[in-house]
Design a protein around this ligand. Structure first.
Ligand code: AMP
Ligand code: MG
Length: 417
């Protein structure tokens, strides 16, 4: 661990599994709430359990276009029964007339089932004979009826506090008739890239310069997680400029992310400035890619310094920053999708760091999961992230791996894509 007097001394590498709890214990979940109209609630986090005041469906209704009748009216000695048509029920227009024994009602999907009836036969299994409808028998009473409360009943908790409101949740809330929802204030995340070599897209590169890609991938990642992001651009490798950027970011955001400048190069000033204006909690992880990762605090914000190498910045974001964001947002623990798969080819490597190889997992012709890496694994080769759907996680002490071994794979498309 770096001491406060020597921020740049090289500490022991920390296993990411040990770093994560250290990181999480530095932060608290947002507690301030606000009430939002449902149409503005997308990407916010629910601050309260949503308890239903209605039944879903709110009334018995037809799951099919067809004919509604009493199951008891079917002739038990035959396969079909002829019923008298007495009316029709459309979605939004219930049938309210009398229904004598042996009668049926033409009914459309979503229309309320008349209270005297209990079963629907789909229209494809009926035949019209004058004012009679001949229905081929269904096997059970209640067929093709969506019963009141079968999905949700009054008083049931439908969505838990801490749920991110996405498309499905918006729809569920609307189904419940919730015009307003109580959510947590959105987490604010500011980010900037550091590096004299970096130029924004749309400008011409001079010798030795490259385009800044990290701000785009980080923005893309943040857009998926329900935070308010603030892009603070590219900051040169100059302690004073970095200091100003830190102080500025710390005023605007709950969490500040940077990329680059956290390694051991002569122009890597991020840790030094962090030590100057805030504190370093830890630095250097036993992970590959992603060794130069720093975590700490600024005067008014939590800080994560991601490595500059583009793959390393995405991998550390996913492994460390995303769980931190979840906790700060009030979403609790990020649950990872880990599966076991058969390795298709050998992997040469030296033990020492947990490795997150970019990989493609798929089903083979026998239906079993198998995995292969995306090829060259350089930490600057961002195309490896683009073609991957998962990380093949190689334990820290693992040496070479042979084809046919069972390995752990973390699926990431649901979060990263
Ligand atoms: P650093 O962590 O600053 O030593 O940078 C490590 C490597 O990542 C160098 O090759 C940098 O040029 C590259 N790099 C740093 N920041 C970015 C960025 N924002 N976009 C693309 N490459 C970067
Ligand atoms: Mg740099």
């Amino acid at each position: 661990m770096p001491t406060s007097s020597d921020p740049c001394a090289k500490p022991e590498l920390i296993h990411p599994n040990d770093a994560l709890p250290m990181l999480l214990e530095q932060v608290n979940a947002i507690t301030d709430t606000l009430s939002l109209p449902l149409e503005n609630a997308l990407d916010h986090v629910l601050a309260e359990d949503v308890i239903s005041t209605v039944n879903l469906p709110p009334f018995d209704n037809s799951a099919m276009d067809g004919y509604a009748f009493r199951f008891a009216d079917l002739n038990s000695k035959t396969d079909t029964t002829s019923l008298t048509l007495v009316g029709e029920a459309f979605a939004g227009h219930p049938f309210t007339g009398e229904i004598p024994a042996g009668a049926c009602v033409r009914i459309m999907t979503g229309a309320q089932i008349p209270s005297a009836l209990d079963t629907v036969q789909m229209q494809e299994q009926t035949e019209i004979q004058g004012d009679k409808i001949c229905v081929t028998h269904t096997r059970k009473s209640g067929a093709n009826v969506r019963s009141k409360g079968e999905e949700v009943s009054v008083g049931q908790t439908v969505l838990k506090a801490g749920t991110l409101i996405r498309a499905a949740e918006l729809g569920v809330l609307a189904t419940l008739g919730q015009a307003k929802v109580t959510v947590f204030h959105m987490l604010k995340v500011a980010f900037f890239s550091t590096g004299d070599e970096l130029k924004p897209v749309g400008t011409e590169l001079q010798p030795g310069q490259i385009y800044d890609s990290n701000r785009y991938s980080i923005r893309g990642l943040l857009c998926k997680t329900g935070v308010e992001w603030i892009d603070l651009g590219i900051i040169e490798d100059c302690p004073n400029a970095i200091k100003q950027a830190f102080l500025n970011a710390s005023e605007q955001a709950d969490l500040v992310l940077t990329s680059g400048g956290v390694s051991v190069g002569d122009a890597d000033y991020v840790k030094q400035v962090l030590q100057d204006v805030g504190k370093i909690t830890f630095w250097r992880l036993a992970m590959k890619p992603g060794k130069p990762f720093a975590m700490g605090a600024l005067p008014n914000a939590i800080f994560c310094g991601l490595p500059g190498n583009p793959v390393a910045s995405m991998v550390t974001y996913y492994q460390l920053v995303l769980p931190l964001i979840y906790k700060m947002q009030g979403r609790g623990e990020l649950k990872r999708h880990l599966v076991s798969a058969t390795l298709v080819h050998d992997i040469r490597r030296k033990p020492g760091r947990v490795e997150y190889q970019r990989a493609v997992v798929s089903r083979n012709k026998h239906g079993a999961l198998e995995v292969s890496t995306t090829g060259a694994q350089g930490s600057g080769m961002l195309t490896s992230m683009s073609s991957a759907n998962s990380f093949l996680i190689v334990p820290r002490e693992q040496g070479e791996m042979t084809a046919g071994s069972q390995v752990t794979v973390e699926l990431f498309n649901h979060v990263l894509s």
